[in-house]
Design a protein around this ligand. Structure first.
Ligand code: SF4
Length: 380
């Protein structure tokens, strides 16, 4: 296959759907967590759930980078722009996410803060070069996929001696979050037991490879299939997971071989290791404190670390009351379980991050399953 259309071919989808239906044992359930929000959207956008038997279920995981950022960290970013007067650069997804009191970066911008949407960390560096008299902070969020660009920007700023650029680092790691889902006491233990396997992230795995998931098979006996984002990728991966479960096999398999290798991108990993180090613990929305799950900028690069350059105040930050994002991110609730879905909370008036981000589960249900979800809510 050479073109993206071929990964959306109707006849191949039907063939795969038939194979999944034949392989799925009607006497049991299959609960597969798709960690990544990109997979959640692919499943909804292409109706993959409708192409698999009812006993094959998708459990949505916490892999939406915007959704898992705590209100407190967002409040800190707003403080950097408002109190410290920096030019705060952020990817567009972050701008509408509500922090404490439903205040967002966009609202702070409307109130006069200098907050700018960028498409890359290098755009933020350009802004720093063009404004030598101002401090420029890049709001670094996301998983292993978005960490290398932040590392590149810091390395470049150091090489060029750009002294007014820093990164507010909120980069997080996928494997520790999956481990936490499987063993953290605050997560419903029956949930972890019910999970029969994982659809592994695509883009993250392009960077870290498939090797870092091998502990899931070895220690937790959970099958993993690294899956691409196209609908046929997802369906083929589901079939591979079902085969593992049926055969009692537990392995890390790679469906996304056109991009992912076992060892990933060594150059990106080396750069990330050079610039960043592990935080002993980091608090995720929905998951709480997760050990070794996030990165901080190494002391050698402290000049480019916004948390070291600026003093941030202690805050009484609050997540939006009644928003079920935390439980949705743990996979224990679905958007239909939130009373606010489609009422107070819509993409135009988001009450929580899961409705804002293009990778959020609530946004996926709203975009592709709105009427069905509202009907289910009304019937309950
Ligand atoms: S519908 Fe809105 S308020 Fe409810 S969980 Fe989703 S984002 Fe939060």
């Amino acid at each position: 296959m050479k073109y993206v259309d071929e990964f959306r071919d109707r006849d191949l989808a039907r063939t795969l759907a038939t194979a999944i239906a034949a392989a799925a044992d009607p006497a049991r359930d299959y609960n597969f967590m798709e960690f990544c929000g990109g997979h959640t959207h692919a499943i909804f956008r292409y109706g993959v759930q409708d192409l698999v038997p009812a006993n094959v279920r998708f459990v949505h995981g916490p892999g939406c980078p915007v959704c898992i950022l705590l209100a407190r960290r967002l409040d800190d970013a707003i403080e950097l722009a408002e109190r410290h007067g920096v030019i705060l650069c952020s990817y567009g997804d972050m701008l509408r996410v509500p922090g404490t009191g439903r205040r967002s970066l966009l609202k702070a911008k409307a109130d006069g803060a200098d907050i700018r949407m960028v498409y890359s960390t290098l755009d933020a560096l350009d802004i720093a070069r063009a404004n030598p008299g101002r401090e420029v902070v890049f709001l670094g969020i996301g998983f292993e996929t978005t960490t290398p660009p932040s590392a590149v920007a810091i390395a470049q700023a150091q090489a060029e001696g750009i002294g007014n650029f820093s990164v507010f680092c909120n980069h997080v790691l996928t494997p520790p979050a999956i481990r936490h889902i499987l063993e953290a006491p605050e997560i419903d233990p029956s949930q972890a037991a019910r999970l029969d396997g994982f659809l592994g992230p695509s883009h993250v795995s392009a960077v870290i490879g498939s090797r870092p998931y091998e502990f899931l098979a070895a220690r937790y006996a959970k099958p993993v299939v690294i899956a691409g984002f196209e609908p046929l990728d997802v369906m083929q991966s589901v079939l591979m997971l079902i085969h593992q479960v049926n055969e009692g096999r537990v392995a890390v398999e790679n469906q996304y071989t056109r991009v992912v290798t076992r060892d990933g991108n060594a150059k990106a990993q080396e750069l990330v290791t050079r610039i960043f180090e592990l935080r002993p613990s980091f608090e995720w929305r929905g998951l709480g404190s997760v050990p070794d799950s996030a990165l901080a900028i190494r002391a050698e690069y402290a000049a480019f670390d916004a948390e070291k350059r600026f003093t941030l105040s202690e805050k009484q930050s609050r997540e939006t009351k009644s928003c079920e994002c935390p439980a949705i991110l743990r996979g224990v609730k679905k958007p239909k379980d939130c009373k606010l879905f489609g009422k107070a909370c819509t993409p135009e008036t988001p009450m929580g991050a899961c409705m804002v981000s293009s990778e959020g589960a609530c946004a996926a249900y709203w975009t592709y399953r709105r009427m069905e979800t509202l009907a289910e809510m009304a019937a309950e």
